[in-house]
Design a protein around this ligand. Structure first.
Ligand code: NOJ
Length: 508
């Protein structure tokens, strides 16, 4: 049986920057409800919301102080229930962000843990004695810079944090932690949530002896043996409910990434996020290799997925430029596997520079540029807020808003909507087979096949036209192109693919 999340397209909402309903400059849940018509019109099947839980926002919600309540700046539990109902009413699923690796230092578990060495919550976190010279247990650094250990004077030990000191890591070897966190999953599943994106899943376990590999900062605290057992428990918890999904945030080489699918007997997450297209240099040969390598590494029971951007990565339109961003969108939406579209990429948003005085992100390099608020209309602050946006927005950005692009046949938004509709209409694209086709230098070409139809995709990654022989049967037509105005042409023999053009061809 084909599941909704295999056919479907996921859209990542970064709630802080999506739509502000109350003028405080920060996006919120009622703002998302207001924009559900847009998401339905666009044609996405699910939204993943970056964290909306109670949090001091040291890392913008990835520091959770209460896993069962909503941060007041985003709204209330009732607002979330309304959002879920309204989304479901439009056939859109809602996926939450589960942050199991660490909590906020304001979480009651951590305040208890640091209160005394004898507290029942002490061993929910990772505490360790200093080395004889008083220095931290080892030289591990935090993902955000500086030591990963913070000294706690009252109890005279260090605690471990892979990210900010305000984000102490939980001890996932402790069964009480596992039980409490699985309960969090059940709490939301009971409330009708359709699944979770799981934050830094591959980092959950750390070497118990704090052994450090001087050659590799993350050895001993990434992808450790035993982690699949934990993933399987999360999956078993989720599988007690119908039609729910787990997506793992996992930055690992493909050979290791695919282990997170688990095995048919002991499944892991449904989709270990595949960030191959974010890291690959924008070159046809490298992209072909990345696709082939990923397809070859997938176990038989695994369903693929693709990602072009998220709230931690420079925008795709900035990385590859406006012309190739259209080609990239066609790639994302025609490859085999579930695509995730990052909010704003569908209108070609670019990284927005943020002056030092307005900097918000604690991480280095700053992720503020890709988090700049969504542009809904060509008015000051893009129709995102009536107040002062929490991050600066370009004063004006002609053409780059939903309102301006909605009815423009040549816009990036129309291209996205068109490709989403084509994917929905063509089983070959949504769930069909995949085969790379031979292609000239600078071109990525592949065939997608269903029982009755085969579609060919040819993407020109260069800024000059190229002739491509697409060996389909006669009577084929252009079904879609990234070049405005070009579609529905019959194809005779070789096809001229314009500079920076991507095409989908198939039977008329
Ligand atoms: C990954 C999240 O996507 C990122 O935004 C966050 O800072 C870290 N995990 C820590 O939770």
């Amino acid at each position: 049986m084909v599941e909704w999340w295999q056919r479907g397209v996921i859209y990542q909402v970064y709630p802080r920057s999506f739509a502000d309903s109350n003028g405080d400059g920060i996006g919120d849940l009622p703002g998302i409800v207001d924009r559900l018509d847009y998401l339905e019109w666009l044609g996405v099947d699910a939204i993943w919301l970056s964290p909306i839980f109670r949090s001091p926002m040291a890392d913008f919600g990835y520091d959770v102080a209460d896993y069962r309540d909503i941060a007041p700046i985003f709204g209330t539990l009732a607002d979330l229930d309304r959002l879920v109902d309204a989304a479901h009413g439009r056939g859109i699923r809602v996926i939450l962000d589960f942050v199991p690796n660490h909590t906020s230092d304001q979480h009651p578990w951590f305040t208890a843990s640091r209160s005394s060495r004898d507290d029942p919550h002490r061993h929910w976190y990772l505490w360790a004695d200093p080395r004889p010279d008083g220095s931290p247990p080892n030289g591990w650094t935090s993902m955000f810079g500086g030591s990963a250990w913070t000294w706690d004077e009252p109890t005279a030990q260090f605690y471990y944090h892979g990210f900010l000191p305000q984000q102490p890591d939980l001890d996932w070897r402790n069964p009480a932690v596992q039980a409490a966190m699985l309960d969090v999953l059940r709490f939301w599943l009971d409330r009708g949530i359709d699944g979770f994106r799981i934050d830094v899943l591959w980092l959950l376990l750390k070497d118990e002896t704090w052994r450090q590999d001087p050659a590799n900062q993350w050895a001993g605290r990434a992808d450790l043996p035993g982690i699949q057992e934990l993933v399987a428990r999360m999956r078993a918890t989720t599988d007690a409910y119908d039609g729910r999904i787990l997506i793992g945030e996992i930055y690992l080489p493909v050979e290791r990434l695919v282990a997170y699918y688990g095995t048919p007997d002991r499944p892991g997450v449904h989709l270990p996020y595949n960030f191959g297209l974010i890291h690959v240099p924008w070159d046809a040969g490298r992209i072909r290799d990345a696709i082939a390598g990923y397809e070859a590494a997938l176990p038989g029971h695994a369903w693929p997925n693709w990602v072009l951007g998220n709230h931690d990565q420079s925008r795709v339109a900035t990385r590859v430029g406006a012309a190739q961003a259209r080609v990239a969108a066609m790639l994302l939406l025609t490859l085999r596997g579930t695509p995730t579209v990052y909010q704003g990429d569908e209108i070609g948003m670019v990284d927005v520079p943020v002056p030092p005085a307005r900097r918000a992100d604690p991480a280095e390099p700053s992720r503020d540029p890709e988090r700049s608020p969504m542009r809904w209309s060509p008015v000051p602050n893009g129709g995102f807020t009536t107040g002062e946006p929490w991050l600066p927005m370009a004063a004006s950005d002609p053409g780059r808003s939903v309102e301006e692009q909605r009815d423009d046949p040549g816009s990036m938004l129309t291209l996205h909507r068109r490709l989403l509709a084509l994917r929905r209409a063509e089983p070959a694209l949504a769930i069909g087979g995949f085969e790379l086709l031979p292609s000239p230098d600078g071109v990525v070409a592949y065939r997608r096949t269903s029982a009755s139809r085969s579609l060919d995709v040819a993407l020109n990654l260069r800024a000059r036209p190229v002739q491509v022989a697409l060996p389909g049967p006669p009577g084929r037509r252009l079904l879609a192109s990234t070049v405005p105005g070009r579609a529905d042409e019959p194809i005779e023999g070789r096809l001229r693919v314009e500079a920076d053009e991507g095409v989908v061809t198939g039977p008329a």
